[in-house]
Write a protein of this length. Structure first.
Lengths: 160, 454
């Protein structure tokens, strides 16, 4: 099958790969680049477990063709802890019991990060709306919503 | 909420400091950093992808299978049928002598539910495997199907599963599991009111975020490593050993974090065929359910039909309870004979009733095999029992919570299946619920205790 070269930045690191035409960003991240933090829960854009940020926008990597990501800046949950220091969202998810089996967690955290990046002081409704594309089957959504609001508060305290 | 520590004082040596305290999960640092390893977080050079060809019919005879076009499809490496499987007929609970073996790993002469596995295609990519699977030609003779409990038990119904011979499991106690305690006929005769109601439930899919699957590598010397998200590692190891007629020491099953199971990953559906595929091809093999397969093919909670007949006195005492419970196992046993049996012991509920009569049936239909899901055999029973309790309370004009205090089991009471009650806490839970929910009950109920002075 025809392969195409693609270069992008993944969590701040330059990456270059030959990818099969039609290969999803999810498959390339997981199978070729070894970043297994995005998960494949449905491969049809309905569960949100594969959520990543591409050029500042929240994207479903299972519906994004890798070949369309040339030159992009891609962020995943696997690269969120800078120099081993946990991001406030990661800390809040741990403290608020916002993860159980953990499979939806990387996608949830990226959806929450996309929200906080564009709206540092979200309301509860903002959080619910921002997570509406991410399915969780274990904890229920309340601890997750609480974690995002907690992270937003700790962010704004740090900024003050 | 205040913890009633005094109640448990003689049962626990510690001071219960754990309760009410937040405790971080041991595995959550891995979850939030994306480092937790799930079975599918690995890939191997030369890996083959397995795609299952499944029955489009509820019930059909297989006249012929034509693989010629699929075998010629680019990227296809091998196609497996029932002829490739050393011991094709299995049932998971044979390990604890719950037979007979009643299900084929790959269908032989018949398919008994829509979604049954018939042919396994192995190819270099998921896409090639899917395309080739669509080119497998199977000629079916469609047979009449039974799609619910009543149709299955009707006289003259088509037989779903010849390995059972009739459309229900045959226990050593006969067609049903039975509990007989006291004399229900006498109880009904003495009762002020008798209420009989029928409750139905539909199958419920566990819908874990991570679909069922495994990845197998051949390790040389006829040994294999299988990375799997099974919830039942030893069921899987032992059943695979039987199906493949291989000693267990050649099979290295590796578990890990499961991305949600809820009972949906206790059946042995992917590992034996994937290990066989790795053995026959000498290549790593990935067999992971699509989301469609997870929702349509993996076994759900069973549909149930429950008939409850209660005799109740005006003062609130239930004096007789008769239960007919039917579990829709689908086409094969899997864990349903056990689930139906569990229901038999559970049915009186957490109540002390002097006369109890229970029959629970495990019924075969041409539906997706059902199996474990969170408290199977008991959960739907509780739904029916508690709705019935509300209806009984309404019937005699009693507060539904007080009605439950009147009938609650207490330490020392003999349960219908002849196990003496110990460590009961229903009364204390209801007292707390009464306070928390601001649902007051009479003082005498708030002074009750599950303990009986001996």
């Amino acid at each position: 099958m025809a392969r195409v070269p693609v270069q992008f930045t993944l969590n701040g690191e330059e990456k270059a790969e030959f990818v099969e035409s039609g290969a999803t960003l999810l498959k390339v991240l997981r199978d070729k680049l070894g970043d297994t933090s995005p998960k494949g829960g449905c491969h049809q854009g309905t569960c949100g477990a594969c959520s990543v940020i591409v050029d500042g926008e929240l994207r479903l990597s299972c519906l994004t063709l890798a070949e369309t990501c040339g030159g992009a800046d891609i962020l995943t949950a696997g690269g969120l802890a800078a120099d081993g220091r946990l991001h406030p969202l990661q800390r809040a998810f741990m403290d608020e019991f916002a993860a159980q089996c953990g499979f939806c967690t990387p996608g949830m955290i990226m959806a929450a990060r996309a929200l906080l990046d564009r709206n540092p002081n979200p309301t509860r409704d903002d959080v619910v709306e921002a997570l509406s594309g991410n399915v969780c089957r274990c904890t229920g959504y309340e601890p997750i919503i609480r974690a995002v609001l907690t992270a937003a508060r700790s962010n704004s305290q740090n900024a003050a | 909420m205040k913890l009633a520590k005094s109640y448990f004082a003689d049962q626990r040596k510690d001071d219960l400091r754990e309760l009410g305290q937040g405790l971080q999960r041991a595995d959550v640092p891995g979850h939030v950093t994306g480092k937790t390893a799930y079975f599918a977080d690995r890939t191997f050079p030369g890996m083959l992808y397995l795609k299952m060809v499944r029955s489009p019919h509820h019930h059909a005879r297989i006249r012929s299978i034509d693989l010629s076009e699929a075998e010629r499809h680019p990227g296809v490496h091998r196609i497996l049928t029932h002829k490739d499987i050393p011991h094709n007929l299995y049932t998971v609970l044979i390990l604890i002598q719950v037979g007979p073996e009643d299900e084929h790993v790959l269908a032989e002469d018949k398919v008994r539910w829509k979604g049954e596995a018939v042919v396994a295609v192995l190819a270099d990519s998921e896409r090639a495997a899917s395309e080739a699977a669509a080119r497998v030609k199977i000629d079916y003779e469609v047979l009449p199907a039974v799609l619910d409990i009543e149709a299955a038990l009707a006289p003259g119904a088509p037989v779903v599963n010849e390995h059972h011979g009739q459309n229900h499991y045959m226990y050593d106690s006969g067609p049903s599991r039975k509990v007989r305690f006291g004399d229900v006929a006498k109880g009904f005769a003495e009762a002020d009111h008798v209420l009989e109601q029928t409750y139905w439930s539909s199958p419920i899919e566990q819908a874990p975020m991570e679909t069922t699957g495994c990845i197998v590598t051949p390790d040389g010397n006829d040994r294999f490593t299988c990375y799997t998200n099974t919830q039942a590692m030893f069921f899987t190891l032992d059943n695979t050993s039987i199906i493949l007629q291989m000693p267990g020491h050649k099979l290295h099953l590796v578990g890990g974090t499961v991305g949600g199971g809820f009972g949906g990953k206790v059946d042995v559906t992917v590992e034996p065929i994937a290990i066989l595929a790795a053995k026959l091809t000498g290549r790593p093999v990935s067999f992971i359910y699509s989301r469609y397969e997870e929702m349509q093919v993996s076994s759900p909670r069973a549909a149930e039909k429950i008939v409850l007949k209660d005799g109740v006195m005006k003062d609130g005492r239930i004096v007789a309870r008769q239960v007919w419970g039917y579990t829709d196992a689908g086409a094969y046993s899997r864990h349903s004979p056990y689930g139906a049996q569990k229901g038999a012991a559970h049915y009186p509920g957490p109540y002390t009733i002097p006369n109890v009569w229970v029959d629970t049936w495990c019924v075969y239909t041409n539906r997706t095999p059902s199996s474990a899901m969170r408290g199977f055999g008991v959960t739907i029973a509780d739904f029916a029992l508690e709705v019935q309790m509300d209806k009984l309370a309404r019937l005699i004009g009693m507060d539904p919570l007080e009605f439950r205090f009147v009938n609650a089991y207490r330490d020392g009471d003999m349960k219908a299946h002849r196990q003496e009650t110990t460590g009961a806490a229903l009364i204390e839970c209801m007292q707390e619920a009464s306070r928390v929910a601001s649902w007051p009950v009479a003082e005498k109920y708030m002074n009750m205790s599950s303990y009986r002075e001996s």
